[in-house]
Design a protein around this ligand. Structure first.
Ligand code: HEM
Length: 233
């Protein structure tokens, strides 16, 4: 075995896919590999997000932002890789689906870990803001008042937007392969997945934009009278 094979552990890695003779159809290897690759990226993203939090807690904001940029790149790739499966015909998917049993993407450990990632990061951001005496709305009125914190919040928003994009790419794939209204194991998938796309990791960073907009464009709220200017944290 070469040094490369030993270090990358290629033998184990390449034994994790069904052998050619066990595939239910030619396309099943693509289906399995893309899912495995996505799980690996999510493992790495979670590893990096742990570091982001440590940096934030230690007020090392430039490093926190750098690590977030890496996570954003990973999430961007995760969305793009969905396109590999857009080359699957619906017919091929049905063959694979029949062999899948009751397995669902909702059981993805990587995805569920990603969904659980925001609360600790929100808490870390709150800690940063408190320690530096920064208030989100004031920061967005004047980003130059604390450029490091502003750059960090922008990177957090990039991650949020990137993850929504990934979820949208998955929905586009689902519509293409099985159609938008086909019932699945867990109900109407398009509805479920559309709901997911509307979820945000850092709602306060989105709301602060609405509050800022109201600053610059005073007048009746588009969102109703009791809508709080909740950009302020
Ligand atoms: C041919 C390709 C694919 C099809 C047709 C498909 C189909 C679906 C459907 C119908 C659902 C709704 C829940 C259910 O009925 O199980 C779902 C959920 C999900 N799938 Fe896929 N999927 C595909 C590829 C992928 C890939 C490559 C990933 C890799 C990450 C993935 C991850 C997920 C996740 C995480 C969910 C849960 C999403 C949520 O709850 O918001 N899927 N998928």
């Amino acid at each position: 075995m070469t040094e490369y094979e030993k270090y990358i552990r290629t033998a184990e890695l390449l034994a994790l896919q069904k052998p050619a003779e066990a595939l239910v159809c030619h396309d099943e290897l693509a289906f399995q590999v893309v899912h495995q690759v996505e799980e690996l990226w999510m493992k790495l993203a979670m590893h990096e997000l742990g570091l982001v939090r440590q940096y934030m807690d230690a007020d090392r904001l430039v490093e926190a932002r750098d690590s977030l940029v890496r996570v954003c790149e990973i999430v961007r790739l995760m969305g793009e890789q969905m396109r590999v499966l857009e080359t699957l015909s619906p017919r091929a998917y049905f063959t694979i689906r029949a062999a899948l049993g009751r397995g669902s993407g909702q059981e993805s450990p990587g995805f569920n870990a990603m969904l659980a990632a925001p609360p600790p990061l929100q808490a870390a951001l709150k800690g940063v803001l408190d320690r530096r005496g920064v208030e989100l709305l004031a920061l967005h009125r004047d980003p130059a008042s604390d450029p490091e914190v502003f750059a960090l919040t922008e990177a957090m928003l990039d991650l949020d937007e990137g993850f929504q994009h990934f979820r949208y790419r998955h929905l586009a794939l689902v519509r293409r392969i099985i159609g938008g209204r086909t019932p699945s194991l867990k109900g109407a998938p398009a509805e479920l997945l559309e709901h997911g796309i509307k979820q945000t990791f850092f709602p306060e960073l989105w709301l602060v934009r609405e509050a800022l907009f109201r600053d610059f464009m005073p007048g009746p709220s588009l969102y109703g009278d009791d809508d709080p200017p909740s950009g302020a944290h």
